[in-house]
Write a protein that binds this ligand. Structure first.
Ligand SMILES: [Zn+2]
Length: 138
């Protein structure tokens, strides 16, 4: 019996892949935003890739329209002031982009191990080709 195959735990692999995708997209978002907090303009504070809609919604978990760069302080502010955060984000994005995000939010994304592997492959290819961006998540 092949030992390496016998020890693959699909659940753990899925978790690992989701984390990997979070990291790939998080880094891409921070680079896109010029390593700058999009609310206060800080470039020196610790930066987070912050989601407008929670990461629970897998269809938009890696959708660039749903993620922005915030410093830890502004990220905290967002969670403490949900209404202010919604106003700020909607204003920053504009109605058209918010409408697209809203539509994408309704999609269902299969997050089986095979699908996640495919998503990672496509994502890395798009990033390399420079075609990954707002609205590019399936
Ligand atoms: Zn900030």
């Amino acid at each position: 019996m092949n030992k390496s195959i016998a020890h693959i735990d699909p659940k753990a692999e899925r978790k690992k892949l989701i984390k990997e995708l979070d990291k790939i997209v998080g880094d891409w978002i921070k680079k896109r935003d010029g390593w700058t907090c999009q609310r206060c303009g800080s470039t020196t504070k610790q930066l987070n890739a912050c989601h407008f809609y929670s990461r629970e919604g897998k269809a938009i978990r890696w959708e660039p329209l749903n993620i922005t760069t915030l410093c830890v302080g502004c990220h905290f502010w967002g969670h403490k002031n949900p209404l202010g955060f919604v106003r700020w984000y909607s204003e920053k994005m504009g109605k058209e982009k918010m409408d697209i995000l809203e539509l994408k939010k309704r999609n269902r994304l299969k997050t089986s191990l095979v699908n996640l592997q495919m998503i990672k492959q496509i994502m890395l290819q798009q990033i390399q080709e420079g075609t990954f961006g707002e609205g590019s998540m399936f």
